[in-house]
Every structure is written in structure tokens, then in C-alpha cells.
Ligand binder design. Structure first.
Ligand code: HEC
Length: 144
């Protein structure tokens, strides 16, 4: 390989590494945005819209999907950049952070069967919203 080619190749690898980091940040923010939409659909029902089992199931599956894919989307090279709200604490205690994803996944999976009507929705959802809040409290920067 001649020198120019080596330089070009190195640049290309460098650029793709940067791209990979921002890609992963966009992916996790996309999953979280979907969580936000799914949560809003459930809150609407809790506030009086008619109970809709299909909406509830689909929202719970959105949470489960985020819980499954989330842990892989916080690699070491994605601590900063792209307006990330992820806090450094994530990389200081990765096990605890991932346990929050696991708990969300387990609670949302249980809720697939325990939520059958408006009453059970109102009884079960606070647990799941607490899972969101508990993780954000520790690991997500508060935006103004
Ligand atoms: C294991 C931790 C964890 C759990 C559980 C979690 N989140 Fe998040 N959430 C984060 C982190 C970290 C960010 C910031 C991501 C970034 O900016 O890189 C975030 C960001 C968000 C955002 C902002 C997305 C954006 O960029 O616009 C929303 C909305 C959100 N979460 C909703 C939810 C909801 C709803 C739940 C529960 C169903 C939930 N999250 C559960 C860690 C979590």
C-alpha cells in the first residue's frame, strides 16, 4: 500500500468510527422517543380515553423492545456528542444501568398479561413509569 492510500484508509476508518458513535446515539434516542410516544398513548387512556387493549399491548412491546436493545446502544465511544443526555454515571456503573433496562423489560412483559382493563391498567402502569423515572433520575441529564 502506498503512503497516500494508507492515509486515506486511516481517515476512512476514523470517519466511520465517528459515524458509528453518533449512529448509536441516534438509535438510542429513537428508541426512547418511541417509549415517550407509547407512554403518552397509555396516559391518554388513564386520563379517560376508552380502554384499547391493542394500544396497550403495542406500547408495552415498545418498552420491551427498548429494554432489549438499549444496553448495546451505550458503547464507550458514545459518552458525548450529538446532544446526548446520557450521563457519565452510566459508564461508571454499567451493571446497575443495565439492571434498570432489565427491570423495565420484566415489568412490561408481566403487564402484557396482567393489564386487561382500565382498572388493571391504572394499577400496573405506575410501576412501569417508575422504571422510566428511576433510570432517568440517575442516568439522564435534565434538560430545561
Ligand atoms: C435504563 C435506563 C432507562 C430506562 C429504563 C428508560 N430510559 Fe428513557 N432515557 C434514558 C437515557 C440515558 C436517555 C438519554 C439518551 C441520550 O440522549 O443519549 C433517555 C431519554 C429518553 C427520552 C428523550 C429522547 C430524546 O432524545 O428526545 C424519552 C422521551 C424517554 N427517555 C422516555 C422513556 C420512557 C417513557 C421510559 C419508560 C417506558 C424510559 N425512557 C425508560 C434512559 C432510560
Amino acid at each position: 500500500m502506498n503512503r497516500a492510500l494508507i492515509v486515506l484508509t486511516t481517515l476512512a476508518i476514523g470517519a466511520s468510527a465517528v459515524y458509528a458513535a453518533s449512529d448509536v446515539i441516534a438509535q438510542r434516542q429513537g428508541l426512547m422517543k418511541a417509549n415517550g410516544k407509547a407512554a403518552a398513548a397509555i396516559v391518554k387512556i388513564m386520563k379517560g380515553a376508552p380502554f384499547d387493549a391493542a394500544v396497550v399491548q403495542s406500547s408495552l412491546k415498545t418498552f420491551i423492545n427498548a429494554a432489549q436493545k438499549g444496553p448495546a446502544l451505550f458503547p464507550d465511544n458514545s459518552k458525548t456528542g450529538d446532544d446526548t443526555a446520557a450521563l457519565p454515571a452510566i459508564w461508571q456503573d454499567k451493571k446497575d444501568f443495565e439492571a434498570h433496562f432489565a427491570k423495565l423489560g420484566a415489568d412490561a412483559t408481566a403487564a402484557l398479561t396482567t393489564i386487561k382493563d382500565e382498572a388493571s391498567l391504572k394499577a400496573e402502569m405506575p410501576k412501569i413509569f417508575d422504571d422510566c423515572g428511576a433510570c432517568h433520575e440517575k442516568y439522564r441529564a435534565k434538560k430545561d
